[in-house]
Design a protein around this ligand. Sequence first.
Ligand code: T3D
Length: 264
Amino acid sequence: MNTNFISVEVNQGVMILTLNRPEVLNSFNEAMAKETQMALDQAEQNPEIRAVIITGEGRGFCAGQDLQEVLTSEMNPTPKPIQKIVEEHYNPIVQKIREIEKPVIAAVNGVAAGAGANLALVCDFVIADESVAFVQAFSKIGLVPDTGGTWILPRLVGMAQATRMMFLGDKVMATEAKSLGMIYDVSENGTALEKSKNLAGQLAVQPTKAFGYTKKLLNQSFESILSQQLQAEALFQAKAGATEDHQEGVAAFLEKRKPHYQGK
Ligand code: T3D
């Protein structure tokens, strides 16, 4: 895959997708959004890839939309309409992260603002360096939160804190984010990626299909009534129970040995 604004590396079942426009804190232009979509498609389709890490190059994770790109100028007299940017650039990325049947980790190495904050928060795990600030920057420029923010944030921190972050656009530092239940973990500065690699390495040798089904159950849990959720658990348990990894897990338990899961 040819890329100009991200880099992609696959090692021992883990894809590391690095947003790579450090001079603008990895803010998204159209090309970077499309390349990110393609890399996630590749992660979805390749059975050898069993965990994904998203991180940023340089001192930022991602500062959201590249605000230069949306400006009307002589060079760019008719910028893409804002609705299309959201629908065509960000929504497919969020949808893919939530639906891909593999764990996705955000290794947040630096500031995460606007769409960049929500890109991190929709991942299954978020590990952030302690100096990282998460900023719902949208209100500062008269916009509403997008990139799944209004879906994920109330689920993570409740309405009161989500509203505060979205209305005030204040910086939420990594330690506060963790204490609010907004992110999974905080790491010493400069170590979020390393910590994420360790986690991804562990996850990539686990029963991947069961993780995928668990994601689907979690995705629908807030919209379901109990009876629907119980029914869905039964259906996905049947699917998980039919996997080779389930057979292997039970056999390993009975034989008192470590399981060797293949993601099948
Ligand atoms: O079309 C649409 O708009 C719809 C989509 C919306 C989705 C969104 O994401 S809307 C929200 C867009 N993002 C923002 O509003 C955040 C803007 N950035 C900031 O508020 C600050 O840069 C940060 C709080 C993230 C970090 O501050 P700081 O002081 O650490 O860095 P800085 O000096 O502001 O930025 C460093 C450079 O990156 C600077 O360029 P320079 O002066 O060195 O040449 C700055 O202009 C550039 N930069 C940062 N964010 C963006 C950006 N350039 C373009 N777009 C950005 N979003």
